[in-house]
Design a protein around this ligand. Structure first.
Ligand SMILES: [Zn+2]
Length: 250
């Protein structure tokens, strides 16, 4: 219900009274999402319902986050820059998600991606490695998965990939954005091997378990080191990214 409708009809007592609380949908806290407050769109309630559905899918895949604080999701006009959106943190919370596109453009893509960042921040109650962070967020872009797998193969075939040792543990983005491309593919591979919950438990162990990467890889994926994981991952890409053909651990 547009707010100015009430301003225009403020004198129509009987009509306003008959609308009751149902007439003020946007003011009714019970109709709002408990996860997000959407701003910058005409119908924030509809977008909040989509956000709720995305979070519900993430819970289904990975399990329940340790905690959650309702966060703003702000849609803004495209600004011509290279960044389609971002998630900002102000410890101990997620400060905001900003998307430079319409809701429709963000569905199955950037909206799911950024909500995954917020989800894992609360799931682990901490920051975690950028390589896995971008990888798991890319993995939520259901509308883009086939294109992403194509991009992985193209870069691989042209020899435009780099070693995982150069991508894991870095706190800044690489100019070729291989954090996204290889991050997506390695996460895709690990989820293929053990499922989504197993991967989330691996991230939890890595972030909160006080163990190093090699130990976590050994315990969760029977993999001796990051180099060993890289050899397996390269073979997986060379063989056509067949997730069913991975060396399943579960
Ligand atoms: Zn991201």
């Amino acid at each position: 219900m547009p707010r100015n409708w009430f301003i225009l009809t403020i004198g129509a007592f009987t009509l306003a009274a008959s609308l009751g609380s149902n007439g003020r949908a946007e003011d009714d806290a019970t109709l709002r999402s408990k996860y997000v407050r959407v701003e910058g769109v005409l119908n924030p309630l509809a977008v909040e319902r989509e956000c709720d559905a995305i979070v519900a899918r993430l819970v289904e895949r990975y399990g329940v986050p340790r905690r959650w604080k309702t966060l703003p999701v702000r849609f803004r006009r495209p600004n011509g820059g290279p960044v389609a959106g971002y998630t900002a943190y102000a410890r101990p919370d997620v400060a905001e998600i900003v998307l430079y596109m319409t809701f429709e453009e963000s569905r199955g893509g950037a909206l799911d991606h950024e909500l995954t960042h917020a989800f894992f921040f609360y799931y682990l109650d901490d920051y975690f490695d950028l390589f896995f962070n971008e990888g798991v967020a890319q993995n939520s872009e259901t509308a883009n998965r086939a294109r992403l797998r194509g991009e992985v193969y193209r870069r691989f075939a042209r020899g435009e990939t780099t070693s995982l040792a150069r991508l894991y543990g870095r706190n800044e983005y690489d100019p070729e954005l291989l954090l996204y491309v290889q991050g997506f593919s390695v996460v895709d591979y690990l989820i293929g091997r053990g499922g989504s919950r197993w991967f989330a438990a691996f991230l939890d162990e890595l972030t909160n378990g006080n163990v190093g990467l090699d130990d976590a890889l050994r315990r969760f994926y029977d993999c001796e080191s990051l180099d060993a994981l890289e050899r397996e991952w390269r073979e997986y890409v060379r063989n056509g990214q067949d997730r069913l053909g991975t060396r399943a651990v579960k």
